[in-house]
Design a protein around this ligand. Structure first.
Ligand SMILES: [Zn+2]
Length: 349
């Protein structure tokens, strides 16, 4: 192999390192990383074999740079840099909690960590991605409350967009499909299902021209807390899951309405005529002014809305308890049904 010009990496070139790794960057230059053999050997059985000369691509005595042995790798230099940064902890972790780009950043590192069999590192990365997505209805509610709070604080005050601070579903779905962490899929698909398909991550961030009406509208949507998704990352199978799940979520609307109208025997209700009128009024507010008419329909939000709305109306105690119980039951049922609605493969137990 010819000797291309090597550029020493600005932070991952330790003068006392005893091995140089070399990889090509997209720009065409070759990047050199001077690191410690012992770190590589301990963290990767694959690199251990390469360095000991017992596998193809092993180090040869003729490969020397700056006086130490050099191992040429056919990996992307920036992905290798991310992996080594994680290994050396020179950045705390390049994955900040809830950052919408975490799955995209993690993909490159994880591909290399898998290739070099760095299992502990793999687990850390998977854990970071999993921790960004709620796994229970309680955790989902907590995340929604955090988003709502951030939205309230921001209120068009020029802070970062809400969309830049919370997980983006399509990248997460792509990540989960490639690296097998199905536990994040129910929440990610649900988030995708309540995102307007016209709201595209890249499209909404394109252009700053004030004369461009579409660009201006997109910026306004982001500034007022709008959410987007990287729709083009969905493959055919995941797009079908989204479509089927979306249809299934719409079909819950009558069940949500039934919570308000379901019959409670006169023996329990103290004023049947009065309570029926109040139930009808709640239903009217829900369907005409509330989330009953909002699209895409978000049944978990709709039920949360009703849980807050119903106690504000003067129902008898028995009706209030009954309706509240129904709303909570249906809400939990929807959450539990998400894997079925979206056709998500069940994780091995
Ligand atoms: Zn009643």
């Amino acid at each position: 192999m010819d000797s291309p010009t090597l550029h020493r990496h600005p932070s991952l070139y330790f003068p006392d390192g005893d091995i140089v790794l070399c990889a090509a960057a997209k720009s065409g230059i070759y990047q050199a990383f001077r690191v410690d053999r012992v770190y590589l050997i301990r963290s990767s059985p694959v690199l251990r074999d390469m360095l000991s000369g017992s596998s193809p691509g092993a180090v040869t005595s003729s490969d020397v740079f700056d006086g130490v042995q050099m191992l040429r790798l056919n990996d992307d230099a920036s992905e290798l840099a991310n992996l080594l940064e994680l290994l050396y902890n020179t950045v705390t972790v390049s994955l900040q909690r809830l950052d919408p780009s975490n799955p995209l950043r993690a993909m490159g590192i994880l591909r290399l960590a898998t290739k070099y069999a760095m299992d502990p590192l793999r687990k850390i990365i998977l854990h970071c991605i999993e921790a960004d997505w709620p796994r229970t209805l309680g955790e989902w509610d907590q995340l929604q409350a955090t988003v709502a709070h951030a939205r309230e604080l921001n209120g068009g005050a020029g802070g970062p967009f809400i969309d830049d601070c919370f997980p983006e579903p399509a990248a997460a779905i792509r990540f989960a499909s490639e690296f097998g962490c199905p536990s994040i899929l129910p929440a990610a698909f649900y988030q995708l299902a309540i995102t307007d398909p016209a709201a595209d991550w890249d499209e909404f961030r394109r252009g700053n021209d004030d004369d461009d009406a579409a660009a201006w509208e997109h910026r306004c949507a982001l500034a007022t807390g709008g959410r987007t998704a990287r729709w083009e990352l969905l493959d055919r199978a995941n797009l079908m899951r989204f479509l089927r799940g979306r249809t299934a979520l719409d079909a819950w609307l009558p069940d949500v309405e039934d919570c308000l109208t379901s019959y409670l025997g006169t023996a329990e209700c103290v004023d049947h005529f009065h309570c029926e009128r109040v139930r009808a009024e709640c239903r009217r507010v829900f369907l005409l002014e509330g989330p009953g008419r909002a699209r895409p329909f978000d049944p978990l939000h709709a039920l949360r809305f009703l849980l807050d709305l119903v106690p504000q109306h003067q129902l008898c105690g028995a009706c209030l308890r009954h309706i509240r119980g129904e709303l909570l039951r249906v809400r939990q049922e929807i959450w539990d049904e998400l894997p079925t609605m979206f056709g998500i493969p069940t994780p091995p137990s």
